[in-house]
Design a protein around this ligand. Structure first.
Ligand SMILES: [Cu+2]
Length: 108
């Protein structure tokens, strides 16, 4: 799914070229280790138990995404059961991946 808020096709083009070069230089297949990671934090707005997704309003993540509310899959999937509207979460996100929050933790 395309992220709806990419500001310039130049950024996307550079990203795609980067991915291609990465693919040529290495066949490790572990994309996450080679992409920039960002610390994500935000507030849960809604949980869709059937779809196993959560709608989160994020704080600004410079270089990744400005504050907005979007729907994500979560990893580990089991953490979804701890999430309810209003809960604050921390996670790790990766450059170019706007669909999944990784290592999700509830902020006490
Ligand atoms: Cu967004």
């Amino acid at each position: 799914m395309r992220h709806p808020h990419l500001r310039s096709s130049g950024t996307l083009g550079a990203l795609l070229i980067g991915l291609l070069l990465t693919g040529c230089a290495s066949d490790q297949g572990a994309q996450d280790a080679e992409r920039p990671s960002f610390a994500f934090s935000g507030t849960v707005e809604r949980v869709d138990s059937a779809a196993r997704t959560v709608s989160v309003t994020n704080e600004d993540v410079p270089g990744w995404m400005a504050p907005m509310t979007m729907s994500y899959a979560v990893d580990p999937a089991a953490v979804l059961d701890q999430l309810t509207p209003g809960v604050r979460v921390r996670a790790t996100v990766y450059g170019g991946d706007f669909s999944t929050l990784y290592g999700v933790e509830v902020v006490p």
